[in-house]
Design a protein around this ligand. Structure first.
Ligand code: PMP
Length: 292
């Protein structure tokens, strides 16, 4: 196994070597997937879109009646400390907050006054994240049924079906999968938001409980509108996507990633298109400028 060098991770107030980090077997994150998370990318040793990720974390916790054991200012300080201690230039910071360890297994939520949530953060170094070969070639996806629960707007760690989706993609010899509902309507990718470009317009599904409210999505749509591109927030089908001029996905760790093939059908020229390529450039440039 190709393991990264030992990292310093953060667990409930302490910075410890990864081999010494401990979470209880009774932690509800472990037993019930009763936990939320965020992934913030790091470029030039600085955090991309941190305020957006912090705001979505607060919203996820509020939707689940979870009380945050840390403030946003504390979280920012922990992120920065981990980036510094692990010498991250390009990569990401993973953050997870669980409902904590009630000392036993029970479906009912513990009293938050008695049981504090667990907070875990760690870094992943990813040199070449921005200058990615995948972004130059584009990725291939397949469509698979969306059988996830109905609150996909809450960023929980219930990632079994998205993991299965990645495995279905791998088995089909492609890079990722797009989830589809009745009538072949696309919701989003396994770990990203999905877009097409048709008649020169950028089309992506509108926000609702059906999809995660991507932080990269919000930034990319803002930059697209500022660049006078036309954005349409509406559902689209996999068939419409196959006939589109371009397709792409966005996420905190992939930024803007062109999609060049869906279910074996080449999209447009079968090469990354000008809209996705331009949006990736603008996103990286603007995000680097605003990084903290
Ligand atoms: N949808 C899903 C299902 C995801 O898991 C993610 C990434 N966590 C996204 C969309 C993209 O969100 P963001 O841009 O905030 O990373």
């Amino acid at each position: 196994m190709n393991r990264p060098a030992s990292r310093i991770v953060y667990v409930n107030g302490d910075y410890v070597p990864e081999d010494e980090a401990k979470v209880s077997v009774f932690d509800r994150g472990f037993l019930m997937a009763d936990a939320v998370y965020e992934v913030t990318s790091v470029l030039d040793g600085r955090l991309i879109d941190f305020p957006g990720h912090a705001a979505r974390l607060a919203r996820s916790m509020a939707e689940l009646d979870m009380e945050s054991p840390v403030t946003e200012a504390e979280l920012l300080a922990i992120h920065r400390e981990l980036v510094a201690r692990n010498g991250i230039d390009e990569g990401l910071v993973y953050l997870q907050i669980t409902r904590g360890n009630p000392g036993d297994r029970d479906f009912a939520f513990p009293d938050p006054a008695r049981v504090k949530g667990s907070v875990v953060l760690f870094t992943q170094s990813k040199p070449g994240l921005a200058d990615s070969p995948a972004a130059k070639a584009g990725i291939k996806v397949i469509g698979i049924p969306d059988i996830r629960w109905g609150r996909r707007d809450i960023k929980t760690v219930q990632l079994l079906y998205p993991s299965m989706g990645k495995m279905m993609a791998k088995k089909a010899g492609v890079d990722d999968a797009w989830f589809t509902e009745e009538g072949g309507v696309v919701t989003e990718g396994t770990s990203n938001n999905a877009y097409i470009v048709t008649d020169g317009r950028i089309v992506t599904r509108q926000l609702s409980a059906d999809i995660l409210h991507g932080i990269t999505r919000a930034a990319v749509l803002r930059f697209a509108r500022e660049a006078q591109m036309v954005v349409e927030e509406r559902p689209f089908t996999l068939d419409e996507a196959k006939a589109a001029e371009e397709a792409f996905v966005t996420s905190a760790s992939a930024f803007v990633m062109p999609v060049v093939e869906i279910d074996g059908a080449a999209i447009g020229t079968g090469r990354p298109g000008p809209v996705a390529t331009r949006l990736r450039e603008i996103y990286l440039e603007e995000s680097r400028r605003a990084a903290m």
